[in-house]
Design a protein around this ligand. Structure first.
Ligand SMILES: [Zn+2]
Length: 423
């Protein structure tokens, strides 16, 4: 039988796993796809729907819900000493275009399960507890990702983010106004005591090792690039092969090189071309221009730098050999992140005392926690997802693991509540 409720600090403070699961299924309707995933791009009507749900649900648990100038939402539960900055929990409710039901969402709704546990038991923490829904974590509609936790942590300015445009030319600031979530509190002027984030692993390690909890010690470094290859549009029937300037053929060679560069730093490094636009994209025209993105990552910043050097020397060579020109720009640089040792220990102790199998792990993907770690003691908790699959409509986790993750989150938050700002 599934154990639906966990118990912490006696009998009546525990996670209601069934309520958590029901929240996951209920919010999956906002942008739900026929294949069982979610399409809930940031600042769309579906995003507004889930935000409205978040406000209603948190208010029903006695929280006050506000949002800042970037649309980040804060559900606050008062503590014994409201002058203390809050212990915060957060993640994101936006998804990829063909996203799953758990990436980001488990972190917010797991935090909601913590608020529910506190509310039902009447337990009053020393610090206020705040649950945060960050705007545009995914970076799919507006790049880069983790945009608004980035503003919160001082990595980006508010104005540069407001002026970002999606590929349809729509401006971030206008779209934020349009869904009614541009608040008056300036983003970032909101002191916090600590930050915890629960997330699915989005990789295969926990499942392969049959571990329930990943104690996340940090996030690997990543750099993103945009490449534009320019050749010449030409008739596919009349242009002899030696006289072509085929941008797509050159791009294909470059894409292979991206993979080879990552493989040259096996087993940790990864390199991906995930977005490509071919112009004019007509069956009888030699392509004249191709735009594509590159994503390179490794836990060691020195390896990421080395991979960039390899790309910057090898891709222009391919362009020259292929009779095209290449324009490549780095658009995102996220150094490797090391979480707070005390917060990591709290997560580990929480996993141990609740009897879950656990291991320490470095996050492959970036998360809002990576930026929060710059301004406050931070750690993360991972739970397994089936086949390590994420950014996919088939993303899948179990109710037991979701409950276990929220249980560890609750215990870690209570430990932080006891440990920080002690007098
Ligand atoms: Zn996520």
């Amino acid at each position: 039988m599934t154990q639906h409720t966990t118990a912490t600090h006696g009998s009546n403070l525990g996670i209601d796993g069934q309520a958590l699961w029901s929240d996951l299924m209920e919010t999956a309707r906002f942008g739900g796809t026929p294949k069982g995933g979610i399409r809930r791009l940031t600042l769309t009507a579906e995003d507004r729907q889930v935000r409205d749900w978040f406000v209603r649900t948190c208010e029903a648990l006695g929280c006050t819900v506000t949002h800042d100038s970037m649309g980040n939402q804060f559900a606050r539960r008062p503590g014994q000493d409201d002058s203390l900055p809050p212990i915060t929990i957060g993640s994101h409710l936006d998804t990829q275009p063909t996203g799953g039901k758990y990436d980001g969402i488990l972190g917010v709704l797991g935090g909601l399960a913590v608020l529910r546990a506190l509310h039902r038991s009447g337990y009053v923490t020393r610090h206020p507890i705040e649950l945060i829904n960050w705007t545009n974590e995914e970076g799919s509609r507006f790049t880069p990702p983790m945009m608004c936790s980035g503003v919160f942590a001082g990595v980006f300015t508010e104005q540069e983010v407001l002026d970002k445009r999606d590929r349809a030319g729509k401006r971030f600031g206008d779209e934020l106004e349009a869904i009614g979530y541009r608040g008056s509190e300036p983003c970032g002027q909101h002191p916090v005591t600590a930050y915890f984030e629960l997330h699915i692993e989005q990789g295969p390690i926990l499942e392969a090792e049959e571990k329930t909890i990943g104690i996340v010690t940090g996030v690997q470094g990543a750099r993103w690039y945009e490449a534009t290859v320019t050749g010449k549009d030409a008739h596919a029937g009349s242009t002899p092969m030696p006289m072509r300037h085929d941008a797509l053929l050159a791009a294909a060679r470059m894409i292979e090189t991206v993979s080879e560069v990552a493989l040259s730093h096996a087993p940790t490094a990864v390199g991906t071309v995930g977005l490509i636009e071919n112009r004019p994209n007509s069956n009888n025209v030699v392509p004249g221009e191709v735009f594509f993105t590159i994503d390179m990552r490794d836990p060691d910043d020195a390896v990421v730098r080395r991979m960039e050097e390899q790309l910057y020397s090898q891709l222009p060579e391919i362009a020259q050999r292929s009779g095209v020109t290449l324009d490549i720009v780095r658009i995102w640089d996220a150094p490797a992140v090391h979480f707070n040792p005390a917060c990591i220990d709290m997560v580990e102790a929480a996993a141990v005392e609740s009897g879950y199998s656990a291991r320490r792990i470095v996050s492959g993907p970036g998360h809002d926690a990576a930026y929060m770690a710059r301004i406050t003691p931070t750690a993360m908790i991972f739970v397994p997802c089936a086949d390590g699959l994420s950014h996919n409509e088939a993303e899948s986790i179990t109710e037991q693991d979701a409950t276990a993750g929220a249980d560890v989150l609750l215990r870690a938050v209570l430990k932080a509540d006891a440990a920080f700002n002690s007098r």
